[in-house]
Design a protein around this ligand. Structure first.
Ligand code: SF4
Length: 371
């Protein structure tokens, strides 16, 4: 890690003053790739407090939003047809898939139709439910980024009841950023990298942004202070025509991350090309259950209900711009359905369902429809 250019400060106003004093000569687009970052940015009013020349763009930071349609469909079908207890993190339950009118289109609708679908908050709950129902098959539909997948890996490594299996739909964050940068249409000049992911995987994972693309980058935590520090860092790098990876979450993010969590991820999962909803296949971007744990891999234990046509059709619902929102190509309020047909009560796309979805965050934060 290079020497950090900033002084320790804890007052957001000091960071804002420093940012406002920077001699910015042209607009700068800064992407964040974390739903928690986007929530802090939106709810704190940081965007409006920054100079107009600075754009903060929400990027691929919502794992629920990119969970492929075929995996959600598979979970719905397992719940409906295989008489399993299907457990999943709460915000997965309302994510809709594209099906013919009248068919069950979400796990919540499957539950309403009589399937045993239960929201959980942690892998521990999945284990407890399996222990409480030893004669039933329990399937844990685990969709999430590194921070969600690591506890699932830990659960598998500790050993789970024989009736518990995992439908793992884990994703790594950095390959989506790499794909954007390699596309030639990244749409951003600087990156704020996710501190919670770096806590586990290590800050080194983001070094490619600097080394291969010359893009200023800084790792930030969830609080406004850390985000402003990271914003200041990347802006100053940009102005000084240099790029390095600054760790603005140094109290938590350590070199090489969390070695135990990484070891558990390596042993309990394998990383392969994976499909991202509305975006397509991204190499080395998906966590799948490791063959050593095949007995607990729901993809092997149960019938595959996802026909190839569904894998190919894994797009967002008609009219939904979620894929472009996730990639930072458009802002949430530029979708014509934002806040009108699509609201948290009547979500059309996954970005309006998840707490980490940019559309939901922006609408909750009072951001109005684009003119
Ligand atoms: S507002 Fe709704 S329909 Fe539009 S992109 Fe967001 S989730 Fe999709």
């Amino acid at each position: 890690m290079p020497t950090r250019m900033r002084m320790p400060m804890t007052d957001p106003k000091i960071w804002l003053d420093r940012i406002r004093a920077l001699p910015l000569e042209s607009p700068v687009r800064i992407m964040n790739v974390c739903g928690g970052h986007e929530r802090s940015v939106t709810m704190s009013g940081m965007r409006t407090a920054l100079p107009d020349a600075i754009e903060i763009i929400p990027g691929p930071g919502c794992p629920v939003c990119v969970c492929p349609e075929e995996d959600i469909y598979q979970a719905i079908q397992l719940a409906l047809r295989d008489d399993v207890i299907l457990v999943a993190f709460g915000d997965m339950l309302r994510v809709p898939v594209n099906v013919a009118k009248g068919e069950v289109r979400s796990l919540a609708e499957a539950r309403a139709a009589g399937a045993d679908v239960r929201p959980i908050a942690s892998p521990t709950e999945a284990r407890q439910i399996a222990e409480q129902h030893p004669t039933r098959d329990v399937v844990f539909f685990a969709a999430g980024f590194e921070t969600t997948t690591a506890p699932v890996a830990a659960m598998l490594m500790e050993g789970v009841p024989s009736n518990l299996s995992v439908l793992l739909s884990g994703r790594l964050t950095w390959p989506a950023v790499a794909m954007l940068l390699e596309s030639g249409e990244a749409g951003f000049d600087c990156l704020i990298a996710p501190g919670h992911v770096a806590t586990i995987m290590g800050p080194e994972e983001w070094q490619f942004v600097v080394d291969q693309h010359g893009i200023p980058a800084a790792i930030a935590g969830f609080d406004t202070d850390s985000l402003l520090a990271a914003t200041y860092s990347v802006l100053r790098q940009k102005i000084e025509l240099r790029a390095f990876l600054d760790n603005c979450y140094a109290g938590v993010v350590r070199p090489e991350g969390n070695p135990i969590a990484r070891q558990q991820l390596n042993q309990a999962t394998k990383v392969e090309t994976a499909n991202w909803r509305g975006i397509g296949a991204i190499p080395a971007s998906g966590f799948f259950v490791h063959p050593d744990h095949a007995a607990h891999d729901a993809r092997l234990r149960f019938e595959d209900y996802s026909a190839d046509a569904r894998r190919r059709a894994g797009e967002m619902p008609p009219g939904c711009d979620c894929a472009n929102v996730v990639l930072g190509k458009v802002y949430p309020n530029q979708c014509k359905l934002y806040g009108k047909a699509c609201t948290p009560r009547t979500p059309i796309g996954p970005c309006m369902v998840s707490d980490e979805g940019a559309c939901r965050i922006w609408l909750s934060g009072g951001v109005e429809h684009a003119a």
